[in-house]
Design a protein around this ligand. Structure first.
Ligand code: 3PG
Length: 402
């Protein structure tokens, strides 16, 4: 168990870790469910007269998504309904003086934690607690709150260092996500368990399939991950979309594992029957997988036959878990796969859980109701690890911290 906001006395100075890691398109940070979920924690703290200083990360050094948190402050402010100040500094003099100027009820967001060199290397909490980053910030506060359940699988300074330096508490998102995901992982089902696996990260898919092969009857694949498996089945797919080289590197790193999994779990794995692409007029078109002769186009969604087949699996399931999107749903032309399968799940009364960094966004974008699912998680990697029963270092740090 960990302490929660119910255990904190009002009006103190708190340092709060959120997970606002978001899609970035053409330099624009995209609003998503993480903002409105975390806004609840921030609003509660501000209403209770805390001086609220927020930390979060965005992207990774070297990637296009590695940007400042300046835009995040504005998006968050809209959701919280209060101003959110921003300082372009993680723990230097500018950050410290902005923190000192903050009054009760005010909210300040610090710069991207990953702009600090000490944040990212995966090290033990005791090492992280000794970083300059933690040592400079901790004395400014009475308490540390971790609300970033979705980043709790990372042993980073902002997640595991501070609980050793300050009294540590779980925020509202941490609390609800932890409880829901842990209960789900422990649940047993008599009937068919189906898992819809998509998204862009091959390693997440590999982890989930190897860890859950006994628990899940059928894996329905899509997204970039699904295409990597199609490639392993000798279908010439995997052309990168401009500005996103998602295939070749992942293929080189994971080729043998993917081929092995496909071979080993053949009867459990279901691959797309057809795929969608953008034709010369910019319209959606579809092609049967068996007719794909050359790696000459980028596929952006699964096709309609695949959706029908996957919907039939869903109808025969007692439980369905979703991890990742089946296509580029942000573009309406390529949302049919992701939304079609989510609709099929919403219409049945199976036990259903939807997770994956962006996937929860599709529910909102396409007018589905969260109430039609048993749990919608804003976590990706952490959700997967929870399902597979793996420990989450960020949660452990909270449980064993001050
Ligand atoms: C996520 O977006 O799933 C978390 O914020 C973790 O991000 P990371 O995979 O870049 O560590």
């Amino acid at each position: 168990a960990f302490k929660t906001l119910d255990d904190l006395d009002d009006g103190q100075r708190v340092l709060v870790r959120l997970d606002l890691n978001s899609p970035v398109e053409d330099g624009q940070v995209q609003d998503n469910r993480r903002f409105d979920r975390h806004a609840e924690t921030v609003r509660e703290l501000a209403d209770r007269d805390f001086a609220v200083v927020l930390m979060a990360h965005q992207g990774r050094p070297g990637r296009d998504t590695f940007v400042s948190l300046e835009q995040h402050a504005d998006i968050l402010a809209d959701h919280v309904g209060r101003p959110v100040q921003f300082v372009p500094d993680t723990f230097g003099d500018r950050a410290i003086s902005a923190i000192n100027d903050l009054d009760g009820g005010e909210v300040l967001l610090l710069e991207n934690t990953r702009m600090c060199d000490e944040e990212l290397p995966e090290e033990e909490p005791t090492v992280k607690a000794e970083t300059e980053f933690v040592r400079a910030l901790a004395p400014e506060f009475d308490a540390y709150v971790n609300d970033a359940y979705s980043a709790a699988h990372r042993s980073h300074a902002s997640l595991v260092g501070f609980p050793l330096a300050l009294p540590a508490y779980a925020g509202r998102v941490m609390e609800t996500e932890y409880e829901a995901n842990t209960a789900i992982a422990e649940r047993e089902f008599d009937g068919n368990v189906t898992m819809v696996v998509g998204g862009t990260k091959a390693t997440d898919v590999i982890d989930v399939m190897t860890a859950l092969e006994d628990k899940v009857n059928d894996f329905l694949l899509g997204g970039i991950a699904g295409e990597l498996f199609l490639r392993a089945a000798d279908v010439p797919v995997g052309r990168d979309i401009e500005g996103m080289d998602l295939f070749d590197e992942q293929w080189e790193e994971n080729e043998e594992t993917i081929e092995h999994i496909l071979d080993e779990y053949q009867t459990q794995i279901h691959l797309a029957l057809d795929l969608a692409f953008e034709d010369e007029d910019g319209e959606r078109d579809e092609i049967e997988v068996e007719d794909i002769a050359e790696k000459d186009r980028a596929f952006l969604d699964v096709g309609s036959n695949t959706v029908s087949e996957y919907a039939a699996f869903v109808e025969n399931s007692e439980a369905v878990f979703v991890k990742g999107a089946l296509g580029l749903f942000e573009d309406e032309r390529f949302a049919d796969g992701t939304v079609g399968v989510l609709e099929a799940i919403a219409e049945t009364d199976c036990f259903s859980v939807v997770g994956g960094g962006d996937t929860s966004r599709a529910i909102e974008m396409y007018g589905l109701s969260e109430d039609d699912f048993d749990h919608v998680s804003i976590a990706g990697g952490a959700y997967i690890r929870a399902l597979t029963g793996e420990r989450l270092v960020g949660v452990e740090a909270l449980q064993s911290g001050n």
